[in-house]
Design a protein around this ligand. Structure first.
Ligand SMILES: [Zn+2]
Length: 128
């Protein structure tokens, strides 16, 4: 793909990051580019794929641990009150109990839930 597409894609995915890499013009989505986290100023290499999958500033992600509170916020931002988090967040891989507004209780892996809800609000097939 074109580097400009990656620059745009990263901006769209998270406006707190800018791409510093300016070449080559054509690049694979799994090739690393240098991005800068505007909030803290830290620069690190990451591939477009990994960035879209949620890889963020290593300096900040070390400090901001995944917590139930953060996960609740992320869920709320995505689906509003459609889902209520019932369980305690352990990590992105550990299924967490969530209540759907229909009364149905599901268990979803946090990262899959967030990823899936980004793609389509009604696609429940990603919930394991
Ligand atoms: Zn940072």
């Amino acid at each position: 793909m074109k580097l400009t597409e990656i620059v745009e894609g990263i901006q769209t995915a998270d406006s707190n990051y800018i791409v510093l890499t300016t070449e080559p013009e054509n690049i694979n989505s799994h090739d690393k580019v240098l991005v800068k986290h505007k909030i803290c100023g830290y620069e690190y290499p990451v591939s477009f794929n990994k960035f879209l999958m949620g890889r963020r500033c290593p300096k900040c992600s070390g400090k901001i641990k995944g917590t139930t509170e953060n996960f609740k916020k992320a869920v709320y931002n995505l689906v509003g009150n459609e889902y209520t988090v019932l369980g305690e967040y352990v990590n992105r891989e550990t299924p967490i109990k969530m209540l759907h507004e229909s009364g149905e209780i599901i268990e979803a892996k946090p990262y899959l839930f967030l990823k899936g809800m980004n793609r389509s609000k009604n696609d429940k097939s990603i919930i394991e």
